[in-house]
Design a protein around this ligand. Structure first.
Ligand SMILES: C[S@@+](CC[C@H](N)C(=O)[O-])C[C@H]1O[C@@H](n2cnc3c(N)ncnc32)[C@H](O)[C@@H]1O
Length: 203
């Protein structure tokens, strides 16, 4: 792995049609690099991490999401069920994609993509990260994949506004392929966002 990653093909893992899904190659590379004994994925969405973990032989990895397909685990209310040494976390990028009521089921008030405002989203994201970080084993890692977004002309840098926990061990830029923003016509008004951030925090 290097500090800039690019996977033009998302791979065979998980639902390619799940809005905002990520490439399974990213999760595969992380698991092969860090070789954690216990793996937890939160915001499991279209099942990318689940399928990668099974292929790599993880029989007891845990994958959670508010989506009822994954048991309806609520990051704002529910406990973290295991003490993992690696957590992959891929939250909504504020309201870039609305999940409950659009991607699945009906609108849920604790869906992070339905936060009342950007400030409310950041508060909730901080709360979830703190909870996840506390649940890690000592020496464990929390890897969060998050993008920047632009709305009504304002640029939102989530990684600038959110809280950090433990030691920031790596900041990786992941090139985005086929992102929705790349298909929008900006007519030269501003530069389209074609990257995401992967932050790796060590406890
Ligand atoms: C960016 S998607 C994850 C995509 C996934 N990595 C994939 O490859 O398919 C974000 C996920 O966060 C979930 N989510 C939003 N609010 C949540 C909450 N309060 N608790 C748990 N999951 C939540 C959504 O249901 C959605 O599946």
């Amino acid at each position: 792995m290097k500090s800039v990653l690019s996977y033009p093909n998302r791979g065979k893992w998980g639902l390619a049609t799940y809005r905002g899904n990520c490439s399974g190659y990213l999760i595969k590379d992380l698991l092969e690099f860090y070789k954690p004994r216990t793996f937890l994925e939160v915001f499991a969405g279209g099942g990318t991490g689940y399928e990668v973990a099974k292929e790599l032989g993880y029989t007891d990895s845990v994958h959670l999401d508010l989506n009822p397909e994954w048991g309806g685990w609520n990051a704002l209310k529910d406990d973290v069920p295991i003490c993992a040494d690696f957590i992959f976390c891929h939250p909504p990028y504020y309201d870039m994609v609305i999940y409950s009521g659009e991607v699945w089921g009906t609108a849920h008030k604790d869906d992070l993509s339905r936060a009342e405002s950007y400030e409310d989203f950041i508060r909730k994201l901080d709360f979830v990260h703190e909870k996840l970080f506390s649940s890690l084993s000592v020496g464990g890692r929390l890897a969060t994949l998050i993008g920047d977004c632009r709305k009504n002309g304002r640029y939102y840098s989530i990684i600038k506004d959110m809280k950090y926990f433990g030691t920031l061990e790596s900041h990786i830029i992941k090139v985005q392929h086929n992102a929705h923003s790349m298909r929008k016509e900006y007519q030269g008004k501003f530069i389209p966002i074609v990257h995401e951030h992967l932050l790796i925090f060590r406890k």
